[in-house]
Ligand binder design. Sequence first.
Ligand SMILES: *[C@@H]1O[C@H](CO)[C@@H](O)[C@H](O)[C@H]1NC(C)=O
Ligand SMILES: CC(=O)N[C@H]1CO[C@H](CO)[C@@H](O)[C@@H]1O
Length: 491
Amino acid sequence: MKTKIRIFAVPIIFTFLTVVWLLWYIFTPLRVVYVHNTYEGVVKKPDRIGTILDHSSSLEINEITAKQTYLKLLLPNQVHIHGNDDNSQECNMNTCFNMSRCLNGFSVYVYKPVFSAKISPLYAKILKVVSESQYLTTDPTTACVFLPPYDTLDRDPLSTDYSHGFRYTLTSLPFWNNGMNHLVFNFFSGTFPTYSHSLSSLNLEFGRAILIKASVSDNFNRRGFDISSPLLPKDFKLTDRHPGALRVLNNLYPVQRKYLLSFKGKRYVWGVGSVARNALSNIHNNRDIVLLTTCIHGANWYKYEDRLCENDNNVYTEYEFVDLMINSSFCLVPRGRRLGSFRFLESLQFGCIPVSLSNSYVMPFSDVIDWKLTAINIDERNLFQVPAEIHSVSANQLLAMRLQAQFIWETYFSSTRKYISTILEILKDRIYSHFSRSYHQWNFPPGAIFNQMEYVYKNNNNLFTAVVNIYETVTGAKLSEKVKLVVNTFE
Ligand SMILES: *[C@@H]1O[C@H](CO)[C@@H](O)[C@H](O)[C@H]1NC(C)=O
Ligand SMILES: CC(=O)N[C@H]1CO[C@H](CO)[C@@H](O)[C@@H]1O
C-alpha cells in the first residue's frame, strides 16, 4: 500500500509544481525596462540594467507576441518590428518606423541634390530650410529621419510640375529601406476628373515613408503616422514671416467686421468638388454675406458655362480679394477639386475665421492643433445653415477665435521655416512620446516651437528612471494592466 502511494506522489507533486510555476509565470509583472536615453546622453547603470535586460528579452517578449500584441524595447538593436510588412496602408509609428535610429537624438539627413532631377521652387525651399535646421546631420548612418532629394509635391500627371519615374528613383535611394524613417512631401495627388484622395493615386512607391500630404481624407489617412499638411502657396516665403493682418493693422477691432462671411474664388461648374462652390450664390446677399465665384479658369471654361456664369463673372470683379479678407469676420473655405484649399491658410493670415466646407478633410497638423478653437467645420451638405451657425458665435467668441487664428498662423504656418519646424517638432513629440508637449503647449502662446525644451536627467542617487514604451496591436487590455505594474515597480 505504502509503495503505491509513493509511486502516485511523483506525478502529483510534479503537476502541483507545474501549476504553481504557471501561476507564478502568469501573475509576475513584466520587468521590461528602457533606460531613458535623453537628447544629451544616457543614464548609465550598467550592472542593474544588464540583469533586467537578460530577463526581459528572453521571457516577456515571447509571452507577449504569443498574445498577439507586441512590445518594442527602446534599446539599441532591440527594436522588434512586427506587423504585416507589406501592407504600408497599415503603417503606424510602431510598425513602419525604426525608433532605434533615433536613440541618439533627433536628426535629419538630407540627401545630396541630384542634378538631373527637376525641383520646384517650393520643394527647394523645403530642402533648404531642413538643411539649415539645428537637427541636420551629415551622417546618414546615425540619422533618425531622411529627406529625399526628389520633388514629390505634385503628383498630378496632368500638371506641368509632375515628374515621371519616381517609382524607381525613391526606391533606389541608398538608405530607402522601403521608405522607413523617410519623409515624403506631397501637395497634389490624383488627377482630372476624379481627383481621388487614395494613397495609391500618388503614383509613387512611398512604402513606409511618412507622407506629409495636403488634402488628406479621413478615409485614407494613416493616423498618427502621416502628417496632414496645409497647401502652401508657390510664393511662400523662406524664413521671413508673412505677418498676420492683426500685426499689420495693429488693431483687433471692430470685433464684428464689415462683412460677416466672404469668399472669392473659382467654381468648377461640373465634376468633382463643384457642388459646394456652385451653390454659394444661394446664400450670397451682397450685403454682409459676399460669396463670389468665377467660372473663368483654364482655356475651355466657356464650354461648360452655365446660365449663372455671366452674372457671377461680372460681380466677381466688383470686390477686391484682400479688401474682402481683411474686412470679414468669417471666411468660407469650400473644398475645391481637392479637399485642401489655399484659402485656409489665407484666412488664418487675415485673422478671418475659416469656415471649412470639406467633408472628411483632415485639418492640417490636427494631431497637435485643436482647430475647434480657431475654425468652424460644417458639413458641405449643410451649406444653407452656414449663416445661422456663424450668427450664433458671440462677439467674445469671435474675438477669441480671431486671436487664436493669428497665433496659430504666426507660430506654425507663417513661413517655410515655421512650417518645417512644426513638422519636425510633431515628429519629435511622436518619437520621444514620454517627452511630448502637452495640448496646452501646442495650442496656447508662446506655442510648442518656442518651448523646445531639451530634457536632461540629472541622476544624483542610485535610482534610475525606467521609461517603458509598450506598443500593442490587437488585444491590449491585459497587457496594459501589466504595464502599470511595471511602472509601479520601477518608479
Ligand atoms: C533599425 O535601426 C537599427 C540601427 O540603425 C538597425 O540596426 C536595425 O537593423 C534597423 N531595423 C530595421 C527593421 O530596419
Ligand atoms: C470696403 C471696406 O470696408 N474696406 C476697408 C477694409 O479694411 C481696411 C483696413 O481696415 C480699410 O482701409 C478699408 O476701407
